[in-house]
Write a protein that binds this ligand. Structure first.
Ligand SMILES: NC(=O)N[C@@H](CC(=O)O)C(=O)O
Ligand SMILES: [Zn+2]
Ligand SMILES: [Zn+2]
Length: 432
């Protein structure tokens, strides 16, 4: 028989409460066997001693920029970056040009992704036409053709009545709406966290209230009209609201991104535009609150908010630079090194946050290594350490504040639908 036999690795699969040294056999694109001492004639055998075998990581917040801004990223380069970063599935935001606000765009993204066949690319449909926050898109149709969630990310839906209608409509199809919580009138052209530091640097600040007022509004709207997933939470005060709302049973989930867990506004330092993103990096108390919220379950998901930009978009005055950082190729080693190896999170919890929970919240048939499941698998190297080198990124976006960081926990193998798509030795394996 053909297939892949993964031997001697430690299987970490919180969907089955598993953390155990087991062999795993992949056949016909599926998990065929999971037990001790498997032998299978004809299968390619890989010795995964000192490696972790996890259900494939799922990133629910990625900007792929195609169509329209291919100089920043394409579906192909973003998919390669995902595979190299250990992600088997990525959900791409609708703020392309034109935005993914109708079925033809959803189909187009899927077709291009399928042609390249690297990772699963799951399109997110826009909530409103042109992301303008006025007229609702054909949510049901887009879902029927494969949109996995709906979001105007990049823009808030400022009009609460529009958001209500979006939720009611998406709710009819059990689809989740992802909200970019930002009150633009409070952001008011700001470019970093509003604080003593922003004053010192002479940069216009973005107050925490720009996020929290919208988190509070969204919670109230969710309680009354339907489920909301809050994107890129950056502030302690937002977490306090979410924690309280969850206690009361509000249909709210939320995510944060690696940079909010590992950096503060201090990273802006000497006007480093690679530390500029929306929402902005906050302060140490916020960072610590985010870590605590990962532990107590207030935060459900870690997503990268991979936001690639060109050198020219970033090599300008701080206030003029684009918001966002390239995240797909650093997320796993950053989190493994700084959260798992430091003992802040177990590897099991990290896999929950990056695979099991995204699958659960967005009703994806993924996030598990149960027998019969699609063989989307991330193998993590627990021994190798090396430096982040942005010049080696598959992503066109070299805009990272983490260049040169020495990290462990890199992807040792990314398997999608039973096929190896990435190993450090051979790089991304393209379709032949
Ligand atoms: N996060 C960012 O700083 N930028 C995102 C937009 C967004 O996620 O809101 C982008 O599209 O560049
Ligand atoms: Zn956003
Ligand atoms: Zn985003």
């Amino acid at each position: 028989m053909s297939g892949l036999l993964l031997k001697n690795g430690t299987v970490v699969d919180p969907s089955q409460g598993l953390h155990k040294k087991l062999d795993l056999l992949v056949a016909d694109g599926k998990v065929a066997e999971l037990k001790e001492n498997i032998s299978a004639d004809g299968a390619e055998v890989y010795d995964l001693q000192d490696k972790i075998i996890a259900p494939g990581l799922i990133d629910m917040h990625v900007h792929l920029r195609e169509p329209g801004q291919e100089e920043k990223e394409t579906i192909k380069t973003g998919s390669k970056a995902a595979a190299a970063g250990g992600f088997t599935s990525i959900a791409c935001m609708a703020n392309t040009d034109p935005p993914a606000d109708d079925v033809s765009l959803i189909k187009h993204i899927q077709e291009v992704a399928r042609r390249h066949g690297i990772v699963n690319v799951l399109p997110i449909g826009a909530c409103t036409i042109g992301l303008r926050g006025e007229f609702i898109t054909q949510i049901g149709e887009m879902q029927r053709f494969g949109a996995v969630a709906f979001s105007d990310d990049g823009q808030p839906i400022a009009n609460a009545q529009v958001l209500r209608k979006v939720l009611e409509y998406a709710g009819m199809f059990n689809s989740v709406v992802i909200s970019h919580c930002e009150d633009k009138t409070l952001t008011n052209g700001g470019s970093m966290n509003e604080s003593a530091l922003s004053t010192k640097l002479g940069l216009p600040g973005i107050p925490i209230a720009s996020e929290t007022t919208m988190v509070a509004r969204d919670i109230e709207i969710a309680k009354n009209f339907g489920r909301i997933h809050l994107a890129h939470i950056s502030a302690k005060a937002s977490l306090d609201l979410v924690r309280q709302a969850k206690k009361l049973g509000a249909p709210i989930t939320c995510e944060t991104a690696p940079h909010y867990l590992l950096l503060t506004e201090e990273a802006v330092g000497a006007y480093s535009t690679n530390a500029k993103m929306s929402p902005p990096l906050r302060q140490e108390a916020d960072r610590l609150a985010l870590l605590a919220a990962l532990q107590d379950g207030t935060i459900d998901i870690i997503a990268t908010d991979h936001a690639p930009h060109t050198l020219d978009d970033k090599r300008v005055e701080f206030n003029l630079a684009s918001f966002g950082i390239s995240g797909l190729e650093t997320a796993l080693p950053l989190l493994y090194t700084h959260l798992v190896q430091t003992g802040l999170l177990t590897i099991d919890r990290l896999v929950e946050l990056m695979s099991v929970n995204p699958a659960k919240i967005f009703a994806l048939d993924k996030g598990t290594l149960k027998i019969g499941a699609a063989a989307d698998i991330t193998v993590i190297d627990t021994q190798l350490t090396k430096k982040v080198d942005k010049t080696k990124f598959y992503s066109k976006g070299k805009n990272t504040p983490f260049d040169g960081w020495e990290l462990g926990g890199w992807a040792a193998m990314t398997i999608v639908g039973g096929q190896i798509k990435y190993t450090p030795e051979k790089g991304v394996w393209l379709k032949t």
